[in-house]
Ligand binder design. Structure first.
Ligand code: SF4
Length: 239
């Protein structure tokens, strides 16, 4: 996407490399993965992309859950079941062992990189143990699956913080946790989100066409109307 934006600016002869100007790029948490952060870093792009824990690290939001409850509580269609978190499992990195909340020793399945490329150790409990455990309903998302052939028990993974090398995600966390990062990302709410509100007011709540090309064209038409309206309302101010 960032490459395409740069190419558009080149085609329109606005700028040869728009990112060299230091223009600020923001994106929501859905884009916060290691390859994207690496791309921003290596291409020297002035980007701010928060991870999904950035509010938890911000002391200003410390009382947010108390006042308003968890965001997930408000999601009517959320079927995700919360289970005993991995923090309640006792992992000992010195001898690479792990004990579940019921005190059973777990098997180390493998050591390797997780989806974000971070060195992680994976454990699982034996199905025969979990099957008879009184906590199975709160420990496993799908406790019925334990009765299937070749089933495995609860699985958990841990990152060895001491061994792990700094990642591009860490680099972005520092940026987003800085005063400047918080200011920039806070500003994004009032710049980007109203566009989606405006488009849905124009009727774009679902696409009426199917297929990537048709959907892209339908979206472009909405964008065209949105931009014409912006020019009509604010063109003189901008000029
Ligand atoms: S379900 Fe399995 S992993 Fe979870 S507490 Fe029980 S025995 Fe331990």
């Amino acid at each position: 996407m960032l490459k395409t934006i740069n190419e558009r600016y080149q085609q329109l002869a606005i700028n040869e490399d728009i990112y060299e100007t230091g223009i600020i790029i923001t994106a929501d948490t859905g884009f916060a993965d290691e390859p994207n952060m690496q791309y921003l870093n290596e291409n020297n792009i002035n980007g701010y992309v928060p991870d999904n824990q950035f509010r938890k690290r911000d002391e200003k939001f410390a009382t947010q859950i108390e006042k308003h409850g968890k965001r997930s509580d408000h999601r009517k269609n959320s079927n995700a079941k919360s289970v005993i978190p991995s923090s309640e499992f006792r992992y000992d990195p010195t001898d690479n062992t792990c004990c579940c909340p019921e005190g059973h020793s777990m098997t180390c399945k493998k050591k390797g990189e997780n989806q974000r490329g971070i060195e992680t150790v994976f454990f699982h409990c034996k199905a025969s143990i979990c099957k008879t455990c009184p906590r199975i309903n709160t420990c496993m998302r799908n406790p019925e699956a334990i009765h299937k052939r070749n089933a495995i028990g609860r699985q958990v993974s841990f990152i060895n913080e001491e061994k792990r090398k700094p990642t591009y995600t860490d680099w972005m966390k520092e940026r987003i946790d800085s005063d400047e990062g918080k200011l920039i990302y806070g500003h994004r709410m009032s710049v980007i989100e109203p566009v989606f509100g405006n488009l849905s007011n124009k009727g774009l709540t679902t696409f009426s066409l199917r297929g990537k090309t048709k959907v892209q064209n339908q979206f472009k038409l909405y964008c065209l109307v949105h931009n014409i309206e912006k020019i009509k309302n604010y063109g003189k101010i901008a000029a």
